[in-house]
Design a protein around this ligand. Structure first.
Ligand code: GDD
Ligand code: MG
Length: 342
């Protein structure tokens, strides 16, 4: 069985971290985001198609070193085709019912159980569901007691949301779904295809997952996922290899080859590989990119520092993004896919 991982987005809501890397390779607890999905796939999935475009070289490189025991196909779209278009573009690799995963979710979904549920319901499409409060940032379903989804609305206004159950970004689909997707153009699975399948087949089902689920598409949720996984691991702090910590770090994750000097305080921070934080600096609720140098007596709160940036001694910053380098050519100014409020 095949699984498609949708990993072609620009990750605009995670900039500047995504100016320099594919979103799906952003480390979470020092492991690339996509590795969590790879480990979640059951043994019946033998082939994984990575639907990519932006920064595809990095993804190709990563999967040359790691295959997770699966056949890996890096399927490069000539231009972003959207969540539906990317699935259609993978059609040539699909041999039967298949799985689709958004690359930016971290969750405890039991895929085998979801497939069993799909078969029992004789569904055309089954999507995983998760309850949230802020429904407007997601796809929301109207669902019957028996799991039959009767409507799907992408990013509705709160007052228009049919329930608090959202699309958790993992689907099991019959090949007939591919016939609904046009070839070679931008197609949104959520806005165009799901509503059509619901109205045409009536065989669209929702499977509510248990445990935990988090969408890692935003800086806030990127920090939250670390908090969640630290709690899962029953620890308040982790650090990678060859890292030296002479400061105090709480609810934080330090990457590999990081140096934290004495008197430094870190709280709710993620510090990526090869960064240095000098004496007596303090960071709260921050993400510090790779190869960053932070001078002495710096105070940062709610700040994201892009890769290879330097922060001069005694700088004080709040609620900001630090990026002084050029923005990659063709990087969109705003989210292009399933934008809120369109
Ligand atoms: N190959 C490819 N091509 N992948 C894409 C493209 C594209 O053109 N556009 C987006 N993707 C990938 C993204 O990288 C991401 O992994 C996934 O498709 C979903 O796109 P996002 O841009 O992250 O969408 P979202 O977070 O706003 O909303 C989606 O996820 C929510 C759950 O996290 C929707 O599926 C919602 O319905 C859902 O609730
Ligand atoms: Mg997302």
């Amino acid at each position: 069985m095949e699984a498609i991982i949708l990993a072609g987005g620009y990750g605009t809501r995670l900039r500047p971290l995504t100016y320099t890397r594919a979103k799906s390779l952003l480390p979470i607890m020092n492991q690339p985001m996509v590795s969590y999905l790879m480990r979640m796939l059951p043994s019946e999935v033998s082939k994984v198609i990575l639907a990519v475009n932006y920064r595809k070289d990095q993804i190709e490189e990563y999967f040359k070193q790691q295959t997770f025991g699966k056949e890996i196909i890096v399927n490069d779209e000539p231009k972003p085709l959207g969540t539906g278009g990317a699935v259609k573009f993978a059609e040539k690799h699909i041999s039967g019912p298949f799985f689709v995963l958004n690359a930016d979710i971290i969750c405890s979904l039991d895929i085998s159980k979801m497939i069993k549920y799909h078969k029992k319901k004789k569904a055309a499409a089954t999507i995983s569901l998760w309850p949230v409060e802020r429904v407007s940032e997601f796809g929301v379903v109207d669902i019957k007691q028996n799991g039959n989804v009767i409507s799907f609305v992408e990013k509705p206004k709160p007052e228009d949301a049919p329930s608090n159950l959202i699309n958790a970004g993992a689907y099991y689909l019959q090949p007939e779904v591919l016939d609904y997707i046009a070839t070679g153009r931008l197609v949104s699975m959520e806005k165009e295809i799901f509503p059509q399948i619901i109205s045409d087949t009536g065989r669209f089902y929702g499977y509510q997952l248990s445990g935990y689920w988090i969408d890692v598409g935003r800086i806030q949720s990127y920090i939250d996922v670390h908090k969640l996984l630290l709690t899962e691991k029953n620890t308040d702090f982790i650090m990678g290899k060859h890292t030296m910590n002479r400061g105090i770090a709480t609810t934080s994750c330090l990457g590999n080859h990081v140096t934290i000097h004495s008197g430094v305080h870190l709280s709710e921070c993620v510090v990526l590989d090869h960064s240095i934080i000098d004496k007596n600096s303090s960071c709260t609720h921050c993400v510090i990119g790779e190869n960053v140098q932070i001078g002495e007596d710096v105070l940062l709160r709610n700040v994201v520092v892009g890769d290879a940036e330097d922060i001069a001694a005694e700088t004080k910053l709040e609620n900001s993004i630090v990026w002084n380098q050029s923005i990659p050519e063709d990087y969109p100014k705003k989210q292009i896919g399933n934008v809120i409020g369109e």
